[in-house]
Design a protein around this ligand. Sequence first.
Ligand code: AMP
Length: 282
Amino acid sequence: MQVLERVAALQHWSDEMRRTGRRIALVPTMGALHAGHLSLVQIARTRADRVVVSLFVNPAQFGPDEDFTRYPRTRERDLAALRGAGVDVAFTPSVSEIYPEGDATRVEVERVTEGMCGRGRPGHFRGVATVVARLFNAARPHLAVFGEKDYQQLVTIRRMTRDLLYGIEIVAGPTVREPDGLAMSSRNAYLSAEGRRQATVLQIALRELRERVRAGERDTRVLVETARKRIESEPLARVEYVEIRDAENLDSLRRVNRPAVAAVAVHIEGTRLIDNMLVEEL
Ligand code: AMP
């Protein structure tokens, strides 16, 4: 596995691969890798000849009061995991490599970034779209893999890729969970044992919501309120949002009458956790 830190070096490698007819997949991450990230690498491997994984904690997607400085950084462990997973290139740029001195360009994706995480994290998706656009131009992949765990991010990247005519295929990887159902996340490590136990309520509330839909409840206001109460029955859990949206374009829904996603953000002991579930299959 090559470890590249410079954009020019990655572009050169990518051009070389393209010239020899290799199909390139990109898996963008912020490092602190877990089995969820590695599942995306496996998907990438089945779909491409060469796999690039970026490790970059993107300052532009963190708000001023968020955890950018304390976000876990485990570079050596991550590189060992990527080597073991058969990755071809680990791209580990510095901040100034991705945001060159004096840069003034940002990517704004409208509509799908409104509400849900877009409300509680103003500027977050602008930071995500901006870094992914730059990573696309650095790696020049044929396809890129993103997790359904960050559902609004996935829809945002799909929209950006289509609108900016990238011609890159966006592949979604299913959410990988701990044995008790908690979605794997680098931020789970912030939780105490008790917080970690109560965090299973996100998944439980989403499953119960899906059951209610299957049993015939279609009113999203009723479904949302029931899920909110269920989550807040855990004393450490504070709900930021529960929303049910069109699974394709994230339009708000009054009734579940088409493929829909239920998504939640919950704060536990100051840690912000998200999860989602398709409640009416695509
Ligand atoms: P992050 O390092 O948090 O920016 O995540 C990098 C990629 O891994 C994103 O596409 C995430 O959606 C994806 N991801 C994070 N957690 C999981 C998980 N538990 N299962 C599947 N994919 C995940």
